[in-house]
Design a protein around this ligand. Structure first.
Ligand code: SAH
Length: 346
C-alpha cells in the first residue's frame, strides 16, 4: 500500500503536538517542527537539525513539505522583480516585488488563474485551475522578503493581494496565510501593512467584517455606473454596485476602516463627466480614498489609458469633495509585472 503523504503545513500546531504524543514522543516536539516550518521556513525535514534522525525519517515517511520553487526571476529597470513560482503540482503563479523610496511591497497571487472575467486583465484569460494553500501564499511572501533583503538591503514592508486571482474567492486560505504572516511564530508583520484587493464580492466583504479582520480592504471599482461596470467586468451583473455599496457600508460600520477604491480611467469608457459624478456620489457612502491606476495594455487596444486631462478632471472632482486621491504610476511594465499583466507568458 502506498501511503498518501500529507502536506505537513496543513496541520495546526496543536495537531502537530498531538501527532508526536501519538508516537509516544513529547508534545514539545510539535512546537519545534512548527517553528522550522513557519518562522524558519525549512524546505526539508533534513534541515531540522535539532530533531533526531529517527524523528526526521518518521516525518519524511508521513508528510511532504509542499514548498514553492522560484522558477525564474525577472528584474525590471525600475527595481521591480517578478518571480515565476512553481507549485508542487507544476502549476505556475507569479509574484512581484515593488520597491519605492520608503517601502518594499510584495504583490502576491491567491489562485492559479482567476474565475472572474475583467476584460482588461491578463489573468482573467487563464482559467481558474485551483486555489493556493495558505503555505503557498506564505512562501511567496518569504521569497520576496529574501529578495528585498538581497537586492534592496531592507526587509519587506508591505503586502498586497493584487497578484493573480480573486482573494475573496479563496477566502479561507487567504486568511490562513495572513494569520501566519502576522503571527510572531511566522513573519510577525503587522496586519496594517497588508491590503487585500477584491473585484467586489459583497457577501465575502460582509463575512470579512464579521470576522473582524485587521488588514486593509481595496476594491477594484473602475466604474460607479452599473451598466458600464457590467461591460468591463461582466461578473458585476451578479455582484451589483448596490449590493457592493451595502456591503461596504456594513464593512465600515463594523471595522471603522476606510476603503481604497482602485480605478483606471480609460478612453471612451469612463472618461466623461457623468463617470466622475457617479464616482463622487459613490465615494459619499463610506470614508474612502481613490487610487487612480495607470492602465497597462494587455493587447489590441480595446482598452486605452485616457488622456491626462481626463485623469486631472477625476482628481479635481474628487478633491473638491475632499476624497483623498493618489495616482499610481505603473511599475515593472517592461517585464510584464505590472497590475493586470500577470499571465505566465513564459
Ligand atoms: N482580483 C483582485 C486582485 C487582483 S487584480 C482585484 O480585482 O482587485 C489587482 C488590481 O489590478 C485590480 O485593481 C485590477 O483591477 C487591476 N488591474 C487588472 N488589470 C489591469 C491592467 N491591465 N492595468 C492596470 N491595472 C489592472
Amino acid at each position: 500500500m502506498i501511503l498518501e503523504k500529507k502536506d505537513i503545513r496543513a496541520l495546526s500546531k496543536e495537531e502537530l503536538r498531538n501527532f508526536f504524543v501519538g508516537l509516544g514522543d513529547k508534545a514539545f516536539r510539535g512546537n519545534q517542527v512548527y517553528e522550522w516550518l513557519w518562522s524558519k521556513s525549512a524546505h526539508t525535514f533534513e534541515a531540522m537539525t535539532n530533531l533526531s534522525l529517527e524523528t526526521r525519517t518518521h516525518l519524511e515517511t508521513h508528510f511532504t513539505i509542499n514548498n514553492i520553487k522560484v522558477d525564474s526571476i525577472q528584474r525590471s529597470n525600475d527595481g521591480t522583480i517578478k518571480n515565476a513560482v512553481k507549485l508542487h503540482d507544476g502549476f505556475i503563479v507569479e509574484s512581484v516585488l515593488i520597491p519605492t523610496k520608503s517601502r518594499t511591497t510584495a504583490c502576491v497571487s491567491s489562485q492559479v488563474g482567476c474565475s472572474l472575467d475583467c476584460l482588461f486583465c491578463a489573468t482573467s484569460r487563464l482559467k481558474r485551475m485551483r486555489n493556493l494553500n495558505p503555505d503557498e501564499i506564505y512562501d511567496q511572501v518569504v521569497a520576496i522578503d529574501k529578495e528585498s533583503r538581497l537586492y534592496h538591503n531592507r526587509p519587506l514592508s508591505n503586502i498586497v493581494f493584487m497578484g493573480m486571482g480573486e482573494p475573496l474567492m479563496n477566502y479561507k486560505n487567504v486568511l490562513g496565510s495572513i494569520e501566519k504572516i502576522t503571527s510572531p511564530e511566522g513573519l510577525g508583520m503587522s496586519p496594517k501593512r497588508i491590503t487585500v484587493s477584491t473585484s467586489g464580492v459583497p457577501k465575502m466583504i460582509r463575512k470579512m467584517a464579521d470576522d473582524d479582520v485587521r488588514f486593509h480592504l481595496a476594491v477594484s471599482l473602475h466604474s460607479a455606473i452599473q451598466e458600464t461596470r457590467e461591460q468591463i467586468m461582466p461578473f458585476a451583473k451578479s455582484f451589483t454596485l448596490d449590493d457592493l455599496r451595502d456591503a461596504l457600508i456594513y464593512w465600515y460600520e463594523k471595522t471603522n476602516r476606510a476603503i481604497t477604491y482602485e480605478y483606471i480611467v480609460w478612453k471612451d469608457i469612463n472618461d466623461k463627466k457623468e463617470d466622475i459624478d457617479a464616482l463622487v456620489r459613490f465615494c459619499a457612502h463610506v470614508p474612502c480614498k481613490v487610487n487612480l491606476i495607470e492602465y497597462n495594455p494587455i493587447d489590441d487596444g480595446q482598452f486605452q489609458q485616457a488622456q491626462d486631462a481626463a485623469v486631472d478632471a477625476y482628481i479635481s472632482g474628487l478633491e473638491k469633495v475632499r476624497v483623498p486621491v493618489t495616482v499610481r504610476r505603473s511599475r515593472g511594465k517592461d517585464i510584464d509585472a505590472a497590475c493586470g499583466q500577470l499571465a505566465n507568458k513564459s
